[in-house]
Write a protein that binds this ligand. Structure first.
Ligand code: UT7
Length: 333
């Protein structure tokens, strides 16, 4: 009999350095008011010069493993969702496995940009339900500051760095991951991309400089991304609720991708879900791409807001475009 997949550990990590909107206003032609009003972002965390994406992932992974009462050697697989890997290869997951002092189980990265964690949760749950693994660590980790053009005010104010992680275990008992819906339309790719290499990008702030030969800087047609995100997210959350034979009125928490407070509010409004049931961390974290959903989950879990038995809806939308949603019953306590 298939055992359900439960989240048994949660972790998160944000680098120490906080970059405020006021600081950004001294770099590019912007204001705190504009950023707060149009995005809801007040500050973001920025990776230190001597850190890599894998270092953020390791911190979040350790916290999630501690929370689950497990050691790295207890894992059957480790997956990192990232669009800002340490290098082209080996995978960041391989680096994380080694930094955790573990070996002897499969590791791989998932590249679904901002939807990486939601895609990863769907993929791993399917593999676990098929009997391949019993204990898996899934991390979303990003150093978005490394692929920003710090002269482009339309993008550099939007992103931040960080990592979030969950331990997934097959266990008896009601609840756990109930279902997922994923989707994509690659014809939208010109609206949001980071081409590699990007010879024009030259970060002004020393601790934001990448020492690779070339960096890819994010280019985005924000307005069009915004409109499509609201439509596709509205669609996919409806689909996952239907897939799991659940009503929106049963949802206790929507934990959405944290790109823009206006996208989050518009999705909640479409769902007729009150804002008191929507997790918001975009003000403090900005858009951390694949780390955004697990970081928000970790924040609300550690603040004691996510409680035993609650129905939790996760969703994300990112470049491609790729988007998706997962529904789960919280069993972690
Ligand atoms: O993770 C998934 C991927 N990303 C997203 O989901 C982001 C989706 N898009 C957005 O969040 C929003 O479209 C933005 C926050 C990027 C932009 O907000 P908007 O309300 O769509 O503004 P806009 O692009 O229509 O720009 C309005 C004005 C423009 O000036 P003009 O042409 O009206 O004179 C921009 O040049 O705001 C200007 N502007 C800025 N002004 C001050 C753009 N960026 C800034 C800035 N500071 N940082």
């Amino acid at each position: 009999m298939v055992q359900p997949v439960h989240i048994t550990g949660v972790g998160g990590y944000l680098p120490e350095r906080i970059l405020t909107n006021a600081e950004l206003a001294s770099l590019v032609d912007t204001t705190d008011d504009w950023i707060v009003e149009r995005t809801g972002i007040r500050e973001r965390h920025i990776i230190a010069g001597n850190q890599h994406t894998s270092d953020l992932a390791v911190e979040a992974a350790r916290q999630a493993l501690d929370d689950a009462g497990l050691k790295p050697s207890d894992l059957d697989a480790l997956v990192v969702a990232t669009t800002t890997p340490d290098m082209i290869f080996p995978s960041t997951a391989a680096v994380v496995q080694s930094k955790l002092g573990a070996s002897g189980f499969p590791v791989w990265d998932i590249q679904a940009v901002c939807s990486g964690f939601v895609y990863g949760l769907a993929q791993i749950t399917g593999m676990m339900e098929a009997g391949m693994f019993r204990r898996v660590l899934l991390v979303g980790a990003e150093s978005m500051s490394r692929i920003l053009n710090w002269k482009d005010r339309t993008t550099c104010v939007l992103f931040g760095d960080g990592a979030g992680a969950v331990v997934l275990e097959c266990m008896d008992g009601e609840g756990g991951i109930m279902g997922s819906v994923l989707n994509a339309d690659g014809s939208y790719r010109p609206l949001l991309m980071a081409k590699h290499p990007h010879p024009g990008a030259s970060p002004d702030m020393p601790d934001m400089r990448i020492d690779a030969a070339g960096i890819a800087a994010i280019e985005m047609r924000g307005n069009e991304v915004f409109r499509t995100a609201v439509n596709k997210l509205g669609e996919v959350v409806g689909q996952v609720l239907e897939h799991c034979h659940t009503e929106v009125s049963d949802v206790d928490w929507l934990i959405p991708h944290q790109a823009n407070i206006r996208i989050i509010n518009a999705t909640a409004k479409k769902l007729k879900l009150g804002t008191e049931r929507v997790a918001i961390t975009v003000d403090k974290h900005a858009n951390t791409s694949s780390a955004s959903v697990p970081l928000a989950l970790n924040t609300y879990y550690r603040e004691g807001k996510v409680k035993e038995g609650q129905l939790i809806l996760l969703e994300a939308f990112g470049a491609g475009f790729v988007w998706g949603a997962n529904l789960l019953r919280w069993t972690k306590g």
